[in-house]
Write a protein that binds this ligand. Structure first.
Ligand SMILES: NC(=O)c1ccc[n+]([C@@H]2O[C@H](COP(=O)([O-])OP(=O)(O)OC[C@H]3O[C@@H](n4cnc5c(N)ncnc54)[C@H](O)[C@@H]3O)[C@@H](O)[C@H]2O)c1
Length: 252
């Protein structure tokens, strides 16, 4: 028996990288998957279907309230419920690292609109169904950078700190409805985005790796266990928490 049989999971930003790994991992445990991405999520959905799973790709910009509403409606229409939301979409790998004085107001707003407001929009859009059914699992993706205050990505790091605060507020507001809300804070992970971004040089990756208790590269698959756990009944009495999955870099 799989752990998430008959559950329906929305994974945002699942067209590639860590989100795609989450989608595949949840599908392997029996969940039906909605791939919500503003990029092309067809391949993630199709590969789940080819492996005898159920999946639907809905083109979605998480910072658009109307897109998100339509995506949740499409989920309910196709699968009849929504039990799990993984808020993974973010502006991350395309960000050019630079001193905060060089970040424009427009870029700061755009990162906050996707990484923070997008998380809020998706949580808000699924909450009506989750509250009505009296259960639900929301998993927000933060970042170890929020604990470290990593330099040269101030808008991104600030957005990921806000995701931790948002997780705590949501957990308290949804607790009466038996909806748990937790966050995962990944360390530097060799996702598609990171691998295609020259800013993540070998030297940068090495220095990051050397700050870990477990000194090796982190792969998207390293994050799947925590996600499946937080989506499953095994974590039913855990809420408002942020789990660092980074080989023992930040410890809190
Ligand atoms: N890779 C890392 O080192 C690392 C470390 C810490 C945290 N994270 C977090 O993990 C998550 C995934 O990271 P990744 O490395 O796989 O990123 P990535 O850049 O490879 O993928 C991000 C995905 O999100 C999608 N996306 C971006 N904006 C969107 C929007 N407005 N609406 C819908 N989809 C949107 C992209 O199309 C893409 O498919 C992000 O939240 C990121 O901040 C990553």
């Amino acid at each position: 028996m799989t752990r998430l049989a008959n559950k329906v999971a929305i994974v945002t930003g699942a067209a590639q990288g860590i989100g795609a790994a989450f989608a595949h991992g949840l599908a392997k445990e029996g969940a039906k998957i909605v791939v919500a991405d503003w990029g092309d999520g067809t391949e993630t959905a199709n590969s789940i279907i080819r492996a005898n799973g159920a999946a639907l790709y809905v083109k979605t910009d998480v910072s658009s309230a109307s897109d998100v509403k339509a995506m949740v409606a499409a989920t309910l229409d196709k699968f009849g419920s929504v039990d799990i939301l993984v808020n993974n979409a973010a502006i991350f790998s395309k960000i050019k690292a630079r001193h905060f004085t060089q970040i424009s107001s427009e870029e700061f707003d755009q990162v906050m609109a996707v990484n923070v407001r997008g998380t809020f929009e998706c949580a808000k859009a699924v909450s009506e169904t989750m509250m009505k059914q009296g259960h639900g699992k929301i998993i927000n993706i933060s970042s170890g950078t929020a604990f470290k205050g990593s330099p040269n990505l101030m808008h991104y790091v600030t957005s990921k700190g806000a995701v931790i605060a948002l997780t705590r507020c949501l957990a308290r507001e949804l607790g009466d409805y038996n909806v748990t809300v937790n966050a995962i804070a990944p360390g530097l992970t060799m996702s598609d985005g990171v691998l295609s971004q020259p800013d993540f040089s070998e030297a940068y990756i090495e220095s990051n790796l050397n700050a870990r208790a477990l000194k090796r590269r982190q792969m998207p698959s390293d994050l799947v266990g925590a996600c499946v756990f937080l989506a499953s009944p095994e974590s039913d009495f855990i809420t408002g928490q942020t789990i660092a999955v980074d080989g023992g870099n930040v410890m809190h």
